[in-house]
Design a protein around this ligand. Structure first.
Ligand code: FAD
Length: 316
């Protein structure tokens, strides 16, 4: 039995899904969201460090520089057309989030503050202390509620409905009341997040199981760039809980067992602000070559001082 029909059904209600639903709604479509967990519990809420946009508030910057750093950071494998759109639109999107109520940290003269982040040539990361994702999921959910976009909460999308070679809806398991429900849609958008739970050590929530990729693959949609898995270089040992990238953005050092800032041998210019893949590989090399400490390296924040840590990294 078909429970409901919509123009657009967005499967997944993290930052990507809620933003897509808002856009489709504002373009006049009858749109609904469907999520296996409550939208604000989506893994986007775990993002701590911030959101990149060339606002130029902390030093000279431009969307072109942002695009260059992003292409370079992807070792020239990234989709350059997509990167250009992302970087050109990022400043407008950050201001829009601010106008919707996102409480970003500020500079002394009241503008949105920006901290340095790995692989960025300028301080480009707008942030809300170290709870940026938490702030953004709540702001987006407010906008979803304001527009009264229907949300099928705790519905587990299980299968895409294919008809006439087109996806025409979703069959989902109703986790609260039980049973399979069909939701029809002229267009289905999959925004189901990542697959980090493939790994034993991960900063991803238990919900990040790559369901959307599996849904698409099962109906024959090819997947792109599956090998491009990103690793956070700093986590709590042994749990894998993230220690925000913001720590290195604020100036923390990475040390080996000899107390040496070992990145001088791998990324002498960027040091702790090199891209995540460079830092992760450097850490593993130090450990493999016997300069680790119980299979780890050390993140040193002592020189930052209590005031900076408590103000900007209070969730540590
Ligand atoms: C610990 C951590 C910190 C991060 N920090 C930052 C940061 O500071 N800055 C930054 O830019 N990026 C950061 N990232 C990356 C960023 O958070 C993610 O790329 C982004 O949040 C992904 O958003 P999303 O909406 O695609 O996915 P998610 O937020 O994971 O949402 C996925 C949605 O899909 C739904 N879903 C999944 N499967 C199903 C199914 N079968 N049926 C129904 N619903 C389903 C879920 O319920 C959820 O609503 C971080 C990532 C991690 C892991």
């Amino acid at each position: 039995m078909v429970e409901a029909k919509h123009d657009v059904l967005v499967v997944g209600a993290g930052c990507a899904g809620m933003r897509a639903a808002i856009e489709a709604h504002d373009a006049g479509a009858d749109v609904a969201l469907l999520s296996k967990i409550h939208p604000v519990r989506s893994h986007s809420g775990a993002a701590e460090g911030g959101i990149n946009a060339a606002l130029g508030n902390a030093s000279e910057d431009s969307p072109e520089e942002h695009a260059y750093d992003t292409v370079k950071g992807s070792d020239y494998l990234g989709d350059q057309d997509a990167i250009e759109i992302l970087c050109n639109e990022a400043p407008g999107d950050v201001y829009q989030l601010e106008h919707w109520g996102a409480v970003f940290s500020r500079t002394d003269d009241g503008r949105i503050a920006q901290r340095p982040f790995g692989a960025a040539g300028a301080p480009r990361t707008a942030y809300a202390a170290d709870i940026t994702g938490h702030v953004l999921v709540h702001v987006l959910y407010e906008q979803v509620m304001k527009r009264e976009i229907p949300t099928y909460e705790e519905f587990f999308a299980w299968k895409l409905v294919m008809n006439d070679d087109r996806c025409q809806g979703v069959i989902a398991w109703d986790l609260l009341d039980g049973g399979l429900k069909s939701i029809g849609a002229k267009t289905v958008i999959l925004t189901t997040g990542g697959a980090g739970r493939l790994y034993v050590g991960t900063t991803n929530a238990y919900a990040c199981t790559g369901d959307g990729m599996a849904l698409a693959l099962r109906v024959g949609v090819p997947l792109k760039d599956m090998e491009m898995m990103q690793f956070h270089p700093t986590t709590l040992s042994p749990t894998g809980v993230l220690i925000t990238e913001g720590t290195r953005g604020e100036g923390a050092y990475l040390l080996n067992s000899e107390g040496e800032r070992f990145l001088k041998r791998y990324a002498p210019n960027a040091m702790e602000l090199a891209s995540r893949d460079v830092i992760s590989r450097a850490e593993q090399t130090e450990i493999d070559e016997g300069r680790g400490i119980n299979g780890n390296v050390i993140l040193d924040l002592r020189h930052l001082g209590a005031e900076k840590i408590l103000e900007r990294l209070h969730d540590l």
